[in-house]
Design a binder for this molecule. Structure first.
Ligand SMILES: [Zn+2]
Length: 249
């Protein structure tokens, strides 16, 4: 690219472009660093953990429910058996002393077995109650987390909307200014902008406003000797240096 020349007025427009590019950069950074985004991803992790815990609890509950009905069926079976034995006894169907004794002992055993099984059922019921209240707590937690997430998402979306509106305004302004900048100067500016974020900076009181370094006397002398329509660059950051009455030349 050959040496670019532009009138001082045109060069001043580069400062407007630089301001808008800086604003667009800030907006982009704000969009990416929005605290709501971090907050939401933290809540999403928590929601995932709650969901897993809920699934585990539900699975355990349905296992327990199955176990409980199995134990209840066993109790019923033993109870039926006792009733049948007792009916035989009451009907006087058994008269032989040995048979009688064996039937009575069977009934006693069955009663003990019934007691044991009923204890098992009771224990299972207690465990189920504990799990059910655990599940209810998890469900409540999940629901309130869902509400919190919706609230944070709404705040995030409102911030995105505001940022997008500001960015759209800045982009429009930038396009209108860029359309008034000659193509070669704009190309140079944009090429620098790709690596530096903004392509031009004001020379103020002997200092580059882009990299904030003061120019040495030799560089300042070179700029002093340059024609006003010559486009000069900062030796440190290579941005276009725009001269103004405040440049201290
Ligand atoms: Zn500089």
């Amino acid at each position: 690219m050959g040496p670019v020349k532009a009138s001082p007025q045109t060069q001043l427009r580069l400062l407007e472009l630089a301001d808008l590019d800086a604003e667009l950069g800030r907006l982009d950074h704000r969009r990416r660093a929005l605290p709501e985004v971090t907050e939401l991803s933290r809540l999403e992790t928590r929601a995932g953990e709650l969901k897993d815990a809920l699934v585990a609890t539900e699975t355990e509950l349905s296992d327990l429910t199955r176990e409980q009905s199995r134990a209840e069926r066993d109790v019923d079976q033993v109870r039926t058996r006792i009733e049948r034995d007792r009916a035989r006894l009451d009907a006087g169907q058994v008269s032989a002393a040995r048979e009688l004794a064996s039937l009575q002992s069977e009934i006693e055993n069955l009663h003990r077995r019934q007691g044991d099984l009923e204890e098992v059922v009771l224990e299972l019921m207690e465990r189920r109650e504990t799990l059910e209240s655990q599940r209810d707590e998890l469900t409540t937690g999940r629901d309130s987390l869902g509400g919190e997430m919706a609230e944070v998402a709404a705040r995030r979306d409102a911030a995105f909307k505001e940022i997008d509106e500001q960015a759209a305004r800045a982009t429009d302004q930038r396009a209108s200014i860029a359309s008034e900048v000659p193509a070669d100067l704009l190309a140079l500016y944009d090429q620098i902008r790709k690596t530096k974020g903004v392509g031009a900076a004001m020379l103020r009181a002997g200092r580059c406003e882009g990299c904030h370094l003061s120019l040495n006397a030799a560089d300042l002398n070179v700029i002093r000797a340059s024609a006003p329509d010559e486009v000069v660059r900062c030796e440190e950051c290579r941005r276009i240096l725009v001269r103004t009455p405040e440049s201290g030349l």
